[in-house]
Design a protein around this ligand. Structure first.
Ligand code: LLP
Length: 419
C-alpha cells in the first residue's frame, strides 16, 4: 500500500496533511483515517478475487463511521452487518441492501424484520431456532428470506482466544456435522430459501493454513448439500485476514485471494468475503496528547489524554499497537507505560514500551487504529468520545464531532413521579 501516514520534514502526516494541522482543527484525542488508503485496500482485495464472481461485504463493525462506509460503498462494496444499528448505518451511508449479508448469533425479531424489509442479500443463520424464527417473520410479511447457515468447521485460527470463532466450543455457527440436517429442515420451510453457505473462523489471522483447512471442510459440505438437492449459489468465506501491528507477516491480499480461490473457486459459487480489519485497520491512526510524566518507584508513566475508553484493544486483547511521536525524531529513549486518565489500572495504550522521551504537550500517534478503535469506545468515567477525521490528499474533514457534555446525558432524566 502507499504510505498513508508518511513522515515528511521530520513530521508525521496523514497523506499530505501535517498531523499538527488536523489536531489544531479537531483537538485531541482524535482518530484520523486516510481515504486513499481505504480505497487502495478495497481495490487490492477486490482485485485479489477478480478471477471469480465475488462481492466484498465490508464488516462494518470494524469502523462504522458514515464517511468511511460511504467511501467503500461508492466503490461498489457490499456490507456485512451484525445488528439493526449497523444495518441502519449501512443504509444511511448509501449502501445497497441487496449487497448486504447479516451475521450474528442473536438477531432479534425487530432486527430480522428490519433486514427483511430492507431486502438484504442473505441472512447468515447461526442456529436452528433462528431459522424457524426467520421463517415465521418472513411468513408474517409474505416474503421469502434468502438464507445460509454459518457453519462452524472446528478449526483453530491461531489467533487471540477472544477473536477465535470457528472452534467447536465457541458460540458461533452450527457444527458443520449438523449442517446437512439443518439444511434439510430449511428446505422444508416455505418462507426461507437456501442460497448459500457461510463460514468465519476468527479475526487477525496471519497464517493461511487454518483458512484453507476450514474452506476444505466447507467445500465438502457444499458438494454434499448439492447432492441433497440444495442450490448453493453463494459461498461466504467470512473475514479475518490479519494486518501488521508489530512484526506479523500476514499474507498479502493477493495471496489470500489466491488461497481462497484455489480452495473453493471451482465450485461455481459467487464468493462473498467479509473483510473488516484488513480494509480499515492500517487506514487509521489515533492521536493523543501527552499530559504528564511521572515516576512511581522504578516505573515511568506517560499520561496522555487518550484512554482505554477510546482504544480498548491494548487492554482487552493485550494488543500491541505501534506508537511514535508526531514531531521530529529524538535520540534519547526510555521505557514507559503510556496510560490514560481513566481510573483503572487496565487503562493503558502501551506497557513497558521503549519510546523517545516525551514531554507535556507532545503529540503521539498510535498506529493501526482504524479498525476496532472508535467503534469500541465508551463514555466511561464521563469521557467524551473522540473526534474522527477523514483525510484525502491535502484536504481533511471532521467526520464525527467530539462528544459534547450534552451528548453524555442524552436520553437521561431525573424522575419526577418517583419517591
Ligand atoms: N465476519 C464476521 C461474521 C465477523 O464476526 C467478523 C469479526 C468479521 C467478518 C470481520 O473480521 P475482520 O476481517 O475484521 O478480522 N474487536 C476485535 C475483533 C473482533 C472481530 C469480530 N468479528 C479486535 O479488536 O481485534
Amino acid at each position: 500500500m502507499s504510505e498513508a501516514f508518511p513522515r515528511r520534514d521530520g513530521r508525521l502526516h496523514a497523506e499530505n496533511v501535517p498531523i499538527e494541522q488536523i489536531v489544531e482543527a479537531a483537538g485531541t484525542p482524535v482518530f484520523i483515517y486516510s481515504a486513499s488508503e481505504l480505497d487502495a485496500r478495497y481495490d487490492a482485495l477486490d482485485a485479489a478475487f477478480s478471477a471469480v464472481p465475488h462481492t466484498l461485504c465490508y464488516a462494518i463493525k470494524a469502523n462504522m463511521n458514515l464517511a468511511v462506509v460511504n467511501r467503500l460503498v461508492t466503490r461498489g462494496c457490499g456490507i456485512d452487518v451484525t445488528s439493526g444499528g449497523e444495518l441502519f448505518r449501512a443504509q444511511l451511508a448509501g449502501g445497497d441492501p441487496s449487497q448486504f449479508v447479516y451475521s450474528g448469533v442473536g438477531k432479534t425479531d425487530a432486527e430480522i424484520d428490519h433486514a427483511l424489509d430492507a431486502g438484504i442479500r442473505m441472512f447468515n443463520i447461526e442456529s436452528r431456532e433462528e431459522l424457524r424464527v426467520i421463517d415465521a417473520r418472513a411468513a408474517e410479511r409474505g416474503v421469502v428470506a434468502p438464507v445460509s447457515f454459518r457453519v462452524n468447521p472446528d478449526v483453530d485460527p491461531q489467533t487471540h482466544p477472544y477473536i477465535s470463532t470457528g472452534l467447536s466450543n465457541s458460540k458461533f455457527g452450527i457444527p458443520i456435522a449438523e449442517a446437512v440436517d439443518a439444511y434439510a429442515e430449511a428446505k422444508a420451510l416455505e418462507h426461507v430459501h437456501v442460497v448459500g453457505v457461510s463460514c468465519h473462523i476468527g479475526s487477525q489471522i496471519v497464517n493461511l493454513d487454518p483458512i484453507v483447512d476450514a474452506l476444505q471442510r466447507v467445500r465438502s459440505l457444499v458438494t454434499e448439500l448439492r447432492d441433497a438437492g440444495h442450490s448453493i449459489e453463494l459461498l461466504d468465506v467470512g473475514g479475518g485476514l490479519g494486518i501488521v501491528y508489530d512484526r506479523e507477516q500476514p499474507p498479502s491480499a493477493a495471496e489470500y485471494g489466491a488461497a481462497v480461490i484455489s480452495s473453493v473457486g471451482d465450485l461455481g459459487c459467487h464468493l462473498i468475503a467479509e473483510p473488516g480489519r484488513w480494509i480499515a485497520g492500517n487506514s487509521g491512526i489515533f492521536v493523543t496528547r501527552v499530559l504528564y510524566g511521572k515516576d512511581n518507584g522504578d516505573k515511568h508513566f506517560t499520561v496522555v489524554d487518550g484512554a482505554m475508553t477510546d482504544l480498548i484493544r491494548p487492554t482487552l486483547y493485550q494488543a500491541y499497537q505501534r506508537i511514535e511521536p508526531v514531531g521530529p525524531p529524538r535520540e534519547n529513549t526510555r521505557v514507559v507505560d503510556v496510560v490514560g486518565p481513566v481510573c483503572e489500572s487496565a487503562d493503558f495504550l502501551a506497557q513497558q514500551r521503549e519510546l523517545p522521551i516525551l514531554e507535556r504537550d507532545d503529540l503521539i500517534a498510535v498506529h493501526s487504529a482504524g479498525a476496532y478503535g472508535f467503534v469500541m469506545s465508551s463514555n466511561y468515567n464521563g469521557r467524551c468520545r473522540a473526534a474522527e477525521v477523514l483525510v484525502e490528499g491535502d484536504q481533511f474533514e471532521i467526520v464525527r464531532a467530539r462528544d459534547r457534555f450534552e451528548d453524555l446525558i442524552r436520553g437521561e432524566s431525573i424522575p419526577e413521579g418517583l419517591g
